[in-house]
Each structure stands twice: as structure tokens, then as C-alpha cells.
Ligand binder design. Sequence first.
Ligand SMILES: NC(=O)c1ccc[n+]([C@@H]2O[C@H](COP(=O)([O-])OP(=O)(O)OC[C@H]3O[C@@H](n4cnc5c(N)ncnc54)[C@H](O)[C@@H]3O)[C@@H](O)[C@H]2O)c1
Ligand SMILES: [Zn+2]
Ligand SMILES: [Zn+2]
Length: 383
Amino acid sequence: MLAMNFRGPFRVRADRHAPYPEIEHPEDCIVRVLRSCICGSDLHLYHGLVPDTRVGTIFGHEFIGEVVETGSQVQKLKVGDRISVPFNISCGRCVFCKQELYGLCHEVNAQATATGGIFGYSHTCGGYHGGQAEYVRVPYADVGPTVIPDWMDLDDAVMLTDVVPTAYQAAEMGGIQEGDTVVVFGAGPIGIMTAKCAWLFGAGRVIIIDQLDYRLEFAQQYAQCDAYNFNHLNDPVVFIKQLTDSLGADVCIDAVGCEAAGDAMNTLLGRKLLLQGGSTTALHWAINSVKKGGIVSIVGVYGPTNALVPIGNVVNKGITIRASQASVKRVVPRLMQYVKDGIINPKELITHRLPLEEVAEGYHLFSAKRDNIIKPVLIPPSA
Ligand SMILES: NC(=O)c1ccc[n+]([C@@H]2O[C@H](COP(=O)([O-])OP(=O)(O)OC[C@H]3O[C@@H](n4cnc5c(N)ncnc54)[C@H](O)[C@@H]3O)[C@@H](O)[C@H]2O)c1
Ligand SMILES: [Zn+2]
Ligand SMILES: [Zn+2]
């Protein structure tokens, strides 16, 4: 079959001879992929920043498709069902899944004490192949996937596998109170959608910060928020204080993660020399510009190794930090309703549609932020 294939940092290609996935466990199903996205998280893999990303891995944790085969113990799904598959793999019965912490499942990853299992996201996250392919194996088929309702557009459905749940959970973890000022760092798909979701929790003002004007303009329109380019600010932290009576924002959200720009030292340590688990610039800004007693919500991804964060400021300012990989399955029913009611229009973030054959071009465009790209979707020839 045709599938994306990782050859090493900054090198991916379309492989026409990838082996078809097989049922390996009676609770698996095989899915014919209809859409898969490239995510900002894939860029961390592409840039060689995620430990144990093996050559030959098929990336892709955001995909939807049609069930073509089911294992003997699959009961809920049947061949022909079109399903939306959460990016995290979860067993549904461990102590974490029982608390709906599906992103922290203890059964799906040999490194289970460190992280859960994710499709196409290195052996650190379980070593599963992903969905940037014509076909993919989905373990625990009865647990994570949701059948896509007939009324739902497939482009919306694929955005419910990661972007919308992650953004919604980012806003939720912010503990936003009525009228709060919320600052979102990062105007990628996750940050833009987070800004949109912040209003659903009662925010009174939403501000988004990035350095890419085209994304800031898009965010302003899409999420009706204020948008600022940090390159035009002397100091983003001072700027946010000035906007908030010197108090700081009620809630700050890090939707950037380990590849943050804006501070030479952090970039050098975290992205060039790899001496820490990523560049923590956005996290610094979030911690330093939130008010005393405020909440910092982190969905930006960081590596497992140590990283410098201003922990003294966290303690002295009495800040609450909340962070997680999104528990997609927990929030999908609610988000489907929001899509149905027209409250969220996820597919509007999709700017590029490429045939799977052009996956290398997709990674290049998205990594270089060319052509005003926000969210690229790959369409396999068999879709
Ligand atoms: N926790 C989860 O479940 C989860 C799920 C999906 C994605 N993520 C993570 O969320 C992050 C964003 O994903 P995305 O798809 O939107 O990625 P993206 O690469 O498209 O967007 C990141 C944006 O951050 C901007 N940026 C860089 N440095 C900044 C800074 N210092 N301040 C403000 N903005 C800055 C970039 O210009 C870019 O627009 C990534 O780290 C990704 O891995 C986490
Ligand atoms: Zn993703
Ligand atoms: Zn589990």
C-alpha cells in the first residue's frame, strides 16, 4: 500500500510498497483511511526532536476511515462503519481509562509510566504505525473510535481526532471564569481553536500571540480575538501586564510547545543543542504574564528530559499549572454536538488538501509555514 515513511530528520517520503497492516489481536480492526492530517506534533518528529523515532515509522495520529476488517472480539464496530479515531490509543479498562484519562492509558505502551500510546508517534509513545497511509491497524477498536454520524462532513470529523478536543481541553484546563482575560500563545491550528473554545467557557477577552501575521489575521477572524505579533512587542510579558492593569492575565495557555521561537538562549539549548526537552519560551511567557493565583494550561508538547522553567515564579505567584495530552474520547460527544449546532466549524482551519503521494511536500510546506498554511490534510488514493 501507499504510506508516508520516515527516513530521518527532515526526510519523509511516500512509500508505494508499505506492508498492509494485519489484525494482530482479536480487539483490533483495520481501517481504510479517508483523510489524515499533518499536525504540529508531527513536526517535532519530522525535526528529529522526539526520542526513539525509528526510520521506517508511518506517522499520522489524526485520521478517519472506513472499517474493512474486524478482529474476532470486536463487538461494536462492523465492516463499513466510518469512524473517527482519537489520536491516543486506550484500553478502556485500566485505572486511568476508568477515570476518562484516555491519554494516559497504562496498557498500550511499554513506556507506560512516562506516557500513553499514540498512533504514529515514535516508540516512546508505543511504536504504533499511524494513519498517513491507505490502511492502518486500530487496536482496542471498540474503545476509542466513534462512528461518524451521517450529517457530519468528513473534514470536520478528522478535526475531531485531535485539534478540536486538544483545544477544548486546553481551554477547559484553564479553569476559565466568566469575564476572564485569556492569553493563548501560538496561533497554529491548536492555538486558534483554543481561542475559539475559550469563549465557550465564558472568557471576557481572548488574546492570541504568535509571530506569523497570516495566522494572527486568520485567528482574529475565526476566533474573534485580539491578535499580536510578539516580534513587534518589546516584551510580551510587559505588554500583557499593561493590558491587564498590571495584574496579568487570568489564564495563559501554551499552545506552542518545544519548538518555541522568541528567545535565543532557549532556542539554542532546546532546539539546537538538545540540552533540554525543548525551547520553553512560550511557557516562560505564560508563567510570567499570568496573574498571581492564575492558571497556566499547557498543551504544547515537550520532550521527556529536563527543561528550564521559572519554577520560583510559579511558587511565589501561587500559579496552578495544568497540562495533558488531550483525552479525546471523553470530549468527542460534546464536540460533535457543537459542530452540529454550528458553534464550532473545524473544517474552516483546513487550508491545504494534498494527495498522500505528496506527503513530503505537505511536511515541507507545514514545517516552513509557506503558502499561508494553517492545516494540511492528506487524501489517500483509495479514499
Ligand atoms: N497535548 C495534546 O494533546 C496536543 C495535541 C496536538 C498538538 N499538541 C501540540 O500543540 C502545539 C501546537 O500544535 P499546532 O498543530 O498548532 O502547531 P504549529 O506548529 O502549526 O503552531 C505552533 C505556532 O506557535 C508559534 N510560535 C512559535 N514560538 C512562539 C512563541 N514563543 N509564542 C507564541 N507563538 C509561538 C508558531 O509560529 C506557530 O504558528 C505543538 O507543540 C503540538 O505538538 C498537543
Ligand atoms: Zn495532532
Ligand atoms: Zn487504559
